[in-house]
Design a protein around this ligand. Sequence first.
Ligand SMILES: Nc1nc2c(c(=O)[nH]1)N[C@H]1C(S)=C(S)[C@@H](COP(=O)(O)O)O[C@H]1N2
Ligand SMILES: [Mo]
Length: 183
Amino acid sequence: MTGPPDNHRRRLCGLLALGSTMAVAHPAAGGEAAGRVSLQLRVGGRVQRDVLLTPETLGDFAKVTIADTPLRGRTGDALRVLSGYSGIRLTDLLDKAQIVARDHNDLKKTIVVATATDDYKAVFSWNELYNTAIGEGVYVLVTKEGKPLGDEEGRFALISLQDSKTGPRHVRWLADIRATLVD
Ligand SMILES: Nc1nc2c(c(=O)[nH]1)N[C@H]1C(S)=C(S)[C@@H](COP(=O)(O)O)O[C@H]1N2
Ligand SMILES: [Mo]
């Protein structure tokens, strides 16, 4: 009576171990992240000066502790909870870069596009960022548990905390933030 139950137990343990690994690993932690990890972030476009960030040069920007935030997909499905992050307010970065406004109404037709290395994009308007509560909740995530973000998110990611569906504007592998004047 030793053979089959032992085998069975071993197989069961294997499955349990596999299950628990899958529960903690992010879907993008494996092959999908290869070559996509954003090592730096450029803030540019229609600005006075480009701002270049690396994990070593977060410099004078204030790092804020981000409260636990449920990540919800486009259809409202609960994906996971973001926790342990710190971030820099997107408007702090834009203030440093200084969006160019030549005409009195230029800012009102300025959009800010956040782009990842896989070309995933999230779009904000100047009014949304500087003239609504949503803007107060848009952060570039820079650390998790006090360390640089892991490969599954790139060293930089973006989140819009006030969105009802936080998934779509959670930009992993964030590499570029660009101010643009719409036509
Ligand atoms: N760079 C990048 N970020 C992305 C995506 C993507 O394909 N590429 N997918 C988005 C979508 S559709 C959702 S719902 C969330 C899911 O969050 P998670 O994949 O980090 O769990 O990530 C978003 N961020
Ligand atoms: Mo999504």
